[in-house]
Design a protein around this ligand. Structure first.
Ligand code: SAH
Length: 207
């Protein structure tokens, strides 16, 4: 996975590759699909959600550039796999999930792996988590129709947010940087995420 899916596509950050090498991806999946854990694609988990493709996890992590001692917000805990990767690279992660069942499963796996610098919450993360803001880094792992204003407001100065923005079936990875009050957006590669459902995302019945 590291050579064929990540290095060959340009992921070069040593710490990101090391995190991808040490976090056991299969642990974050239902038993029936564990044999596919290192395939080059997103895979279904429970509640109609997905665990992201390894390359997308590594690429977004590299873009986010989480430094040790950074305070990170993740929106869309899902399986908890991306959370575990971020936890290896930062000081503390706050991760929000809207589905209780997924939150509970992710909490169990992260505890099993003794990953302790993580606070998991159940809430609508589309409006962020103002009680712990500001964040040095924010990663959204569900598709947003536009960059949510509340998340931009919760970004610290010199902070960066990485998120998929676009339509329901295809999005673009966007980097949002805050530098001395200025907001700079940079568009990257195409991607496919499940919808961010909530106040600043899609409505629950959006088809
Ligand atoms: N990073 C995850 C990707 C999970 S898919 C992984 O690698 O497993 C996206 C997740 O975002 C889903 O679990 C979905 O339930 C969650 N989600 C969607 N809208 C949300 C919202 N408003 N707040 C928090 N989580 C949300």
């Amino acid at each position: 996975m590291i050579d064929k899916q990540l290095r060959s596509r340009g992921v070069s950050d040593k710490r990101v590759l090391e995190a991808m090498m040490t976090v056991p991806r299969e642990r974050f999946m239902p038993g029936s699909i564990r044999k596919d854990a290192y395939e080059d694609r997103a895979l279904p988990i429970t509640c109609g959600q997905t665990i992201s493709q390894p390359f997308i996890v590594a690429h977004m992590t590299e873009l986010l550039a989480p430094k040790f001692a950074s305070r990170v917000l993740e929106v869309g805990t899902g399986s908890g796999y991306q959370t575990a990767i971020l936890a290896r690279l930062s000081d503390h992660i706050y991760s929000v999930e809207r589905i209780l069942e997924l939150h509970d499963q992710a909490a169990e796996v992260l505890a099993f792996l003794s990953i302790e610098n993580v606070t998991l919450l159940v809430a609508d993360g589309s409006t962020g988590l103002p009680q712990h803001a500001p964040y040095d880094r924010i990663m959204v792992t569900a598709a947003t129709p536009r960059v949510p204003e509340s998340l931009v407001d919760q970004l610290a100065d010199h902070g960066r947010m990485v998120l998929p923005v676009g339509g329901k079936s295809e999005q673009t990875i966007v980097c949002v940087d805050r530098r001395e009050g200025k907001i700079i957006e940079t568009r990257g590669i195409a991607c496919r995420f499940v919808k961010l459902i909530g106040n600043q995302g899609w409505s629950v019945d959006a088809k």
